[in-house]
Design a protein around this ligand. Structure first.
Ligand code: DGJ
Length: 725
């Protein structure tokens, strides 16, 4: 059993394959978070409880004043507001008396094999009960009657632990949840750098690293989605941690809406880190007997550097988050119509794309925006999910039949959460938009957000989608969302529940996504939000791949892909070759091959020479497909650290194969490059296909290859493939 309870000492010890997490129940049933880090075999954590001397001006529970315990400095497992723990709190409940003092104490616990799903929400899963063990600790606030269950799952073969929280109202009156974070960790040091992924539209997930300092710091989204601006991921890395060495803690929120991830370093130079639903714009009325479920956080610990943290997330998400047929099946290589034609699509043009695409070896045609209502630009028709027969005469059938006749699969675009003012749906139901009374709702890309909190709205959108999907042979759906949410309100939510809007919106979206994947298990779903504006583990649970960015320039993509790879696997990273001008098709293909790989251009405009390059890249895609899907990523040269170039490798799990890619953002003069490879077996010998030479793994990793001048030009690139001899 990887979770044990020492009854005498009242200690819980949770072991993953590479970490130990210890929780203690202290006097007066305070629950303390005693340790999270490298594996420790024994249970001698008693001393940790009394580690809080010199607490100036700290307040004490009068029952236990003697031994210096104070919630002000104790490592509280789940810090609450108002009860002498003055750090950022994970939980705040307004009780029937009207105050928000919240104080939970241990009441009970359960340990069991396996992992339970979260109702109505995405979460990671165990493939069998033997793969994971779960601990649920019940803690009670005796004044409010809140029964708070802290849920922990550890995985046997991976250094991964998940955390979530649920709150049940055991009183007979409603209570108001003001903040319910999903995880809280108190660390005994502030010797950490915070690593986050920040950006904006077309520049998603740039890596930011800075030392923690005293006070409160962190990232958040209040945009209704996880957002382009901050990804719901934080790593706390020791100052000395590098890509290949040192201690790193990763936290990734399995949620697609507003979030907050905050570290506070206090007067004792310790750190509290919390992650969860953003408390601003959140207030949940919990009636007697009702339960609120807070989403899950995926926690990773490693002492082997930032790169290893990433590989742990990649394997875990591929095995324990991504679902459905395409978790294991090969995904079709697609061509998407967006950058090729934008809104100017029609049956004839799309069939012409399909014909050339087929010749190039592409396997699926995706018809992006512009096929429905009377949509010729972004000013109309969202919500009218019926075929525009002016562009597609006779409906979808002739197009789909034509595409299928070429031997290609067919995909289609939707934006189910939005509505255009110029649409039949809006004219029929103007109150279906997200809005609040007496204010003019903000508009973005000429569209409103549709009220996904409402069952009738979701049913309408579903019926429309279902009509198209059930009467055509559709293999793929791209689910887009091209704006953020302001004026967060619903015509039907009562006044006392207005604060529930944002979370209910996310739950509504999840419900519709679940309907889609459960009714159409063979459809490959790709998430999208104006590029990568909702690239999070919550969406990954439904869509095994997510469009990374609308920026398809291969050089800009280096930053985006390096940042995305911090915790998201290559298998989900939407990456297409477009007609962008900065590099040639060789480099564009090499960069896109890191991700899901596809094309997004008018294939008729390719020259014969370009077509030959595309064919070569397509054949490389097929050849290296399983290496990319199942292999381990090693980031060798980061574009965030080197002004000129970037390099990475994919190594097969058995270390018998390796594909190396080097890309120059711009030419670098007078610089020697001896490239040392990573992740190989030092004992094995590897044959390099490109130069015909054989090297030991030890040589490649320690001496490296002289790649000075190789591919050194503006936008130049190279790949080397090594196979065990
Ligand atoms: C934004 C997406 O990121 C693009 O790929 C494309 O689908 C457009 N929306 C269509 O409006």
């Amino acid at each position: 059993m990887s979770i044990i309870y020492d009854k005498e000492r009242r200690l819980f010890k949770l072991d993953t394959s590479g970490s130990t997490y210890v929780i203690g129940v202290y006097e007066e049933n305070y629950i303390l978070g005693l340790y999270y880090g490298a594996k420790i075999p024994d249970m001698h954590f008693d001393d940790f409880c009394d580690r809080t001397p010199n607490a100036s001006f700290s307040l004490a529970n009068p029952v236990i004043t003697e031994n210096g315990f104070t919630p002000d400095t104790a490592p509280m497992e789940y810090g609450c507001s108002g009860e002498a723990d003055f750090r950022i709190s994970a939980l705040s409940i307004k009780n029937k008396n009207g105050d928000s003092v919240t104080d939970i104490r241990y009441a009970d616990h359960r340990i069991f094999s396996g992992k339970k799903p979260l109702p109505g929400m995405p979460s990671t899963y165990a493939n069998s009960d033997s793969e994971a063990t779960t601990l649920e600790i019940d803690a009670v606030d005796s004044v409010s009657g809140a029964l708070v269950t802290l849920v922990y799952t550890v995985f046997e073969n991976q250094p991964v632990m998940t955390k979530s929280v649920r709150v049940k109202n055991t009183s007979d009156e409603p209570m108001i949840l003001q903040r319910v974070f999903s995880s809280c960790n108190d660390f005994v040091t502030m010797d950490f750098d915070m690593i986050t992924l920040n950006g904006r539209y077309a520049k998603e997930r740039s890596i930011d690293r800075h030392p923690l300092s005293h006070g409160v710091q962190g990232i958040e989204s209040k945009r209704g989605v996880s957002s382009h601006v901050h990804n719901p991921f934080v790593a706390l890395a020791k100052h000395t941690a590098t890509e290949d060495t040192g201690e790193v803690y990763g936290f990734n929120f399995v949620y697609s809406g507003n979030f907050s991830a905050i570290a506070e370093c206090d007067f004792n130079d310790t750190t509290r880190f919390i992650m969860g639903i953003h408390p601003e714009g959140f207030e949940w009325t919990l009636n007697a007997d009702d339960t609120f479920y807070a989403p899950e956080v995926v926690c990773v610990y490693t002492s082997e550097g930032i790169g290893e943290m990433s590989r742990i997330y990649h394997r875990f998400y591929n095995n324990n988050l991504i679902r459905g047929k395409y978790k294991t099946e090969k995904r079709p290589l697609l061509i998407n119509s967006w950058e090729a034609a934008y809104f100017d699509i029609n049956t004839e043009k799309l069939l012409a794309f399909a014909e050339v695409a087929k010749e190039l070896g592409i396997e699926m045609l995706v018809m992006d925006d512009g096929w429905f209502g009377h949509r010729d630009n972004d000013r109309s028709s969202l919500g009218d999910w019926f075929v525009n027969t002016r562009k597609l005469p006779g409906g979808l059938k002739p197009l789909v039949d034509g595409v299928k006749a070429q031997g290609l699969k067919f995909g289609i675009w939707y934006e189910p959460e939005t509505i255009s003012p110029d649409s039949e749906l809006y004219r029929a139901h103007p109150d279906w938009i997200v809005h609040v009374d007496n204010r003019t709702p903000m508009i973005g890309r000429h569209q409103y957000v549709i009220d996904m909190t409402r069952q009738d709205v979701r049913d309408n959108i579903w019926d429309q989608m279902n009509e198209v999907l059930s009467s055509n042979d559709i293999d793929y759906v791209k689910w887009d969302f091209n704006r953020n949410i302001a004026d967060a309100g619903s015509a039907v939510l009562p006044k006392e529940r207005k604060g529930e809007f944002f979370h209910r919106f996310v739950l509504g979206t999840y419900e519709l996504l679940e309907r889609l994947v459960s009714n159409y298990p063979d459809i490959l779903l790709e998430g999208c939000s104006g590029g990568g504006g909702r690239f999070d583990p919550g969406m990954l649970y439904y869509s095994p791949q997510i469009w990374s960015s609308d920026n398809t320039d291969a050089i800009d993509r280096l930053d985006i892909q390096f940042g995305t790879s911090m915790c998201y696997p290559a298998s989900c990273m939407g990456a297409h070759v477009s007609a962008s001008k900065r590099t040639g098709y060789e480099t564009k293909g090499r960069v896109a091959m890191w991700g899901t790989f596809g094309y997004e251009l008018d294939p008729r405009k390719l020259t014969e020479e370009e077509k030959e390059i595309v064919k070569q890249r397509v054949s490389d895609y097929h050849r290296y497909y399983w290496l990319h899907r199942n292999g381990d990523l090693y980031r060798l040269i980061s574009p965030f650290e080197d002004r000129y170039k970037a390099a990475w490798e994919i190594v097969s799990q058995d270390k018998s194969e390796m594909l190396f890619t080097l890309v120059y953002m711009k030419q670098q003069t007078a610089s020697m490059l001896f490239l040392k490879f990573k992740g190989l077996d030092p004992e094995k010998y590897y044959f390099c296909e490109q130069n015909g030479k054989t090297y030991s793994g030890a040589f490649l990793m320690n001496a490296g290859l002289n790649l000075t001048d190789a591919a050194n030009s503006d936008g130049g690139s190279m790949t080397l493939y090594f196979k065990e001899k």
